[in-house]
Write a protein that binds this ligand. Structure first.
Ligand SMILES: [Zn+2]
Length: 144
């Protein structure tokens, strides 16, 4: 805002009700220190002065009712990781079966893999395949 005091006859930019854009206007009447009525230089229409609204991006118009960010969709790796964290305190390394490709395993067997560490057999997915949950996530392993 300019500090200059406005008075009738001054030019002022304002949104024109008829042009629907911001145009130059001449102040026709003042109320106190504020313009009350203005005349549009473009269309000649006289209307009540309206304050220029600061330009806002269209998106800001929609009321923002953002729900607190919730992770409704976890990525599978994070879910597996959480699952492992939940199970891991029950794992007893001394009871773990060292992983060997030729051995057979059952669901819920605890095994000790030389690379992945401790894991729980979660599924027997095929005649020679088991799905094991490790700290790194689920792995498919061969078994006997
Ligand atoms: Zn106008």
């Amino acid at each position: 805002m300019k500090s200059k005091t406005l008075s009738a006859g001054d030019a002022i930019e304002a949104p024109c009700t008829r042009c629907r854009v911001i145009t130059n206007h001449i102040i026709v009447a003042m109320v106190g220190e504020r313009p009350a009525r203005v005349e549009c230089n473009t269309c000649g229409g006289v209307h009540n002065f309206r304050e220029q609204k600061p330009a806002r991006p269209a998106a800001a118009k929609a009321p923002e009712r953002k729900a607190p960010a919730r992770r409704s969709r976890k990525d599978p790796a994070a879910a597996e990781r959480e699952e492992w964290v939940a199970i891991s305190p029950t794992m007893n390394r001394e009871k773990a079966i060292p992983y060997e490709m030729n051995r057979s395993y059952n669901v819920k067997d605890l095994l000790d893999h030389h690379v992945f560490g401790l894991g729980i057999v979660q599924q027997v997915t095929g005649p020679k395949k088991i799905e094991v949950l490790f700290e790194d996530g689920k792995k498919l392993l061969r078994c006997g």
